[in-house]
Write a protein that binds this ligand. Structure first.
Ligand code: 5AD
Ligand code: SF4
Length: 447
């Protein structure tokens, strides 16, 4: 089949897992001969990689799918495809099939690797292809990846999730937890180092339970210590950690490592033991605080970030106060904060005493205010200090500045003449100004 001069666009919503899946989708399309474009009118294939974590995401995506109708009218040969977590839900797949006749292709999270076959089927038979695998298959290795250019690469280590937090749709749309083999991961990271990537982020819904499905004992800490030996890669990050599975061994390995970053993203979700239990999180606030204490005692300097949900069913004002109290105790560098959104099929959606919309939004506002204050204070405490910054490129908002990150994952912008390109290098930068979300610095001369 002749694919020269054919173009594709992938619109990606949701988490890093999706961002990385899109790199694999792009890899397969490039291998088929398609070229990426940013112009929808020029595209021969438009894929929407969807997220269903909260209702808001879903509404936005339905809006986007609707707008593609006009483009399809102009270009009837265009293939419009929907994939990702929304597709994996039966009601959503049905709704798309019936209400959005301009969609030609729909597939789920478990059959991403079938994209080339599905496209060929559409082109040859001129028919709509809707194919979602209900269950996860074996981990598929060796798929091509069209990585976003840059200095940082995503590397999947586990797929799926076994936690079943009662609010969360992920286990239903991403299947059971499966770990990639250490050998495959190590080979991939060695290859990335050769290609010039400076930073990797290991991906999984719960990276700490890596290896639990192996016959012989091998865990996340073991994997990290092996990856730490790979020269060329300067920084290793990972997301997401489950606080329940963050072992002493892991803290020790990170503390001893050369390249694993001193940034801890530990989603706590709520500060009240009653709510944590109803969420099925598997730890108490006391256990969580103890974990933070352990990290504090091991690392002279580190950052800690979290995810928080307000208005989980049954959460009272007192419970919410416990969340505020925990945030004050831990003093997070930053937090992703969410109002609870009922997801059909999850246990929490069926719980009684759902919290009103008004109450959720009031709690969210108060939580964000507190967190912003703490973020700003923590950032202010860095002013005057010098940190090694891995430069990612020119700042997106001001081209007179270069942009990069500390090992603690703080974004730092610093002025640099236009002809100075430090991208991919680690340079010392003195922090001179703090904002809530980022820092401003100046390049420190290295005499
Ligand atoms: N409502 C609100 N927030 C949610 N999250 C997951 N499911 C829901 C939901 N139903 C949040 C959690 C998780 C982050 C990725 O999204 O905080 O850590
Ligand atoms: Fe990622 Fe979960 Fe959204 Fe799927 S539903 S894209 S796994 S955040």
């Amino acid at each position: 089949m002749e694919m020269q001069n054919k173009h594709f666009i992938i619109h990606t919503y949701g988490c890093q897992m999706n961002v990385h899946d899109s790199e694999i989708l792009a890899g397969m399309l490039v291998q088929m001969g398609y070229t990426p474009t940013a112009d929808e009118e020029e595209a021969d294939i438009i894929l929407i990689n969807t997220c269903t974590i909260r209702d808001k995401a879903e509404q936005k995506i339905f809006g986007k799918i609707g707008t593609l109708r006009r483009i399809k009218e102009q270009n009837p040969d265009l293939i419009i495809g929907i994939c990702g977590c929304m597709s994996q839900q039966e009601e959503v797949a049905k709704k798309i099939k019936v209400n959005f006749p301009h969609v030609d292709l729909l597939f789920g999270t478990h059959n991403v690797h079938q994209l080339p076959e599905m496209i060929k089927k559409i082109l040859m038979n001129n028919e709509r292809v809707f194919e979602v695998w209900e269950k996860e298959g074996e981990v598929v290795e060796g798929l091509p990846q069209h990585r976003n250019e840059g200095i940082s690469a995503w590397v999947t280590i586990t797929l799926g999730c076994n936690n079943f937090c009662t609010y969360c749709i992920v286990p239903y749309v991403r299947g059971r937890e499966r770990s990639r083999k250490p050998g495959d991961i190590i080979k991939e990271v060695q290859e990335l180092a050769k290609q010039g990537f400076k930073e990797i982020t290991l991906l999984g819904q719960n990276v700490n339970s890596y290896g639990k499905d192996f016959d012989t004992p091998y865990d996340f800490a073991d994997l990290l210590s092996e990856l730490d030996k790979i020269d060329g890669i300067q920084r290793i990050r990972y997301t997401t950690s489950h606080p329940r599975d963050f072992t002493d061994k892991l803290i020790e390995v990170i503390a001893q490592s050369k390249r694993v970053c001193n940034h801890f993203h530990l989603p706590v979700q709520a500060g009240s033991n009653k709510v944590l239990k109803a969420m099925n999180r598997g730890y108490t606030r006391e256990q969580y605080l103890e974990l933070v204490q352990k990290i504090e005692s091991k690392f002279p300097e580190y950052s800690i970030t979290t995810d928080l949900i307000v208005g989980f069913p049954g959460e009272t004002e007192e419970d919410f106060q416990q969340t505020l109290d925990l945030v004050k105790k831990v003093r997070y560098d930053s937090a992703f904060t969410f109002a609870y959104s009922p997801r059909s099929g999850t246990p929490a959606a069926k719980m009684e005493n759902q919290v009103s919309k008004e109450e959720k939004s009031s709690r969210l506002t108060r939580l964000i205010e507190l967190q912003n204050e703490i973020s700003k204070e923590k950032n202010l405490s860095l002013v005057g200090k010098v940190y090694p910054i891995l430069v990612e490129g020119r700042s997106k908002t001001n081209k007179d500045y270069l942009s990069g990150r500390t090992t603690t994952n703080k974004l730092v912008n610093f002025p640099a003449p236009k002809d100075v390109d430090l991208t991919g290098q680690i340079v010392p930068v003195r922090i001179i100004q703090a904002q809530t979300w980022s820092l401003i610095g100046e390049l420190e001369s290295e005499e």
